[in-house]
Ligand binder design. Structure first.
Ligand code: HGY
Ligand code: MN
Ligand code: MN
Ligand code: MN
Length: 412
């Protein structure tokens, strides 16, 4: 029986979810545990229940939507992604993997096929770092790379704790989110490429072999401040200028790392007191630094730290360095990729092997079971911006391929 995902239904749902946002269209903003995030979660669960699928959540708010298999005692095959969105983002990042995953489950159920293994769609809590400064919080807790105690220490930019923010429906023991390796037989995530390669090459599908190694750190610079008119230049210890020089050192370290995949971004900068006639006495900076090559990334991080310490020494500014996360890359499952590749041929889709420079929940699911990703093209490779776009044809191919791949893996 062929699997025929209902693409008009899926496109309607993608369009509806984009309207659940803290900012007006075309921007999408859905930050963890915000009103918009909770509305989107409830709406997704209603869709799943209307389709006759089982639903449950864990105590950090990961949602699980299950199509039962004929042998529910076997570890399920899982798919999933995220619906949270950073401020002023687009309508496709993460969402294609969640709603495309739901459509894949519905198309399998509607085909009359009962998979041997159950197939589970996971909507991961907080794939984006916006709320607590760390990405993939939900999948990290499932994989155990952040403990319940560490999660309890998390504070949002207003100093509010995870415990204070957690909605009552997710009030269980945080430690219970931890899964053991083998809890799933396979995990596969559908996602937009967030890069230009597929569109530029006119290729339908990216089969992801490796996911880059993300690191993030928070630097605080403390100077002496003072009156913008009264303090002459030689006597200043300007916290912002120390930060500014360090941001340029981040760029230099990425450019000179020897690896083409090293990327460094200073995405957050706060300056206090923030008065035009007051020399900055305090600067906070958050840096995102990645590479597919772990050694190149870590060597560049050492160089950045040395540069920051030298800069602060010369400027008489105090430096505090806080590592938010530093994760290894993930190698994807060749078994899953081979299954997906066979289906691309059967479906007459073109495909190529790729690496993912963005991180994803797959990075942590790879700690629990064989994991892989399916990418579809997006306009100009744009993402994390309101004009992010993936065509109905691309979404249809990605969803159809996901459905066939899930059904084959569930028969294993
Ligand atoms: O930043 C990332 O790579 C992901 O999109 N959160
Ligand atoms: Mn993202
Ligand atoms: Mn994403
Ligand atoms: Mn991601």
């Amino acid at each position: 029986m062929p699997l025929l995902p209902n693409i008009p239904r899926l496109l309607d749902e993608l369009a509806h979810l984009a309207t659940i946002s803290a900012h007006p269209a075309p921007a999408v903003t859905r930050v963890l545990f915000s009103e918009e995030d909770l509305t989107a979660r409830a709406w997704l669960l209603t869709l799943a229940e209307n389709a006759g699928l089982r639903t449950r959540s864990d105590s950090i708010g990961n949602l699980f939507i299950t199509l039962p298999g004929s042998d529910p005692s076997l570890p399920a095959v899982a798919t999933g992604s995220h619906t949270d969105a950073i401020p002023n983002a687009g309508a496709y990042d993460g969402v294609v993997g969640v709603l495309g995953g739901l459509e894949a489950l519905r198309s399998i159920a509607e085909s009359g096929e009962t998979p041997r293994r159950s197939i589970e769609l996971i909507m991961f809590t907080a794939e984006e770092p916006t709320r607590f400064g760390i990405g993939c919080l939900g999948s990290r807790m499932m994989a155990g790379t952040i403990t319940a105690d560490e999660a309890r220490q998390l504070r949002d930019p207003n100093g509010i704790s995870l415990e204070q923010l957690r909605p009552p429906q997710y009030s269980g023991d945080l430690a219970a989110t931890r899964l053991t390796p083998g809890s799933y037989s396979h995990f596969i995530e559908l996602h937009i490429e967030q890069g230009p390669h597929l569109e530029a090459a006119g290729i339908d599908i990216g089969l992801v072999e490796k996911i880059a190694a993300p690191a993030a750190f928070r630097l605080t610079f403390t100077g002496t401040g003072g009156h913008a008119g009264a303090v002459l230049m030689p006597g200043r210890h300007d916290a912002f200028l120390a930060a500014a020089e360090t941001a340029l050192a981040v760029e230099t370290a990425a450019l000179e790392s020897g690896s083409p995949d090293t990327v460094g971004t200073t995405g957050v900068i706060e300056v206090k007191p923030g008065a035009i006639n007051s020399i900055p006495c305090h600067a906070l900076m958050e840096i995102d630094f990645r590479d597919t090559d772990l050694a190149a990334r870590d060597a560049a991080l050492i160089r950045i730290r040395q540069s920051a310490e030298t800069i602060c020494e010369r400027r008489g500014v105090q430096l505090d360095w806080f590592l938010i996360n530093s994760d290894p890359p993930a190698l994807c499952s060749q078994e899953i990729l081979a299954v997906a590749e066979t289906h691309t041929t059967d479906l007459s889709y073109t495909s190529t092997r790729l690496i993912s420079r963005a991180y994803h929940d797959s990075l942590f699911m790879a700690r629990l079971c064989p994991t892989a990703m399916i990418f579809i093209p997006c306009l100009n490779g744009w993402s994390h911006r309101p004009d992010e776009f993936s065509s109905p044809q691309a979404i249809a191919k990605g969803t159809t391929l996901l459905a066939h791949t899930l059904l084959t893996l569930a028969a294993s």
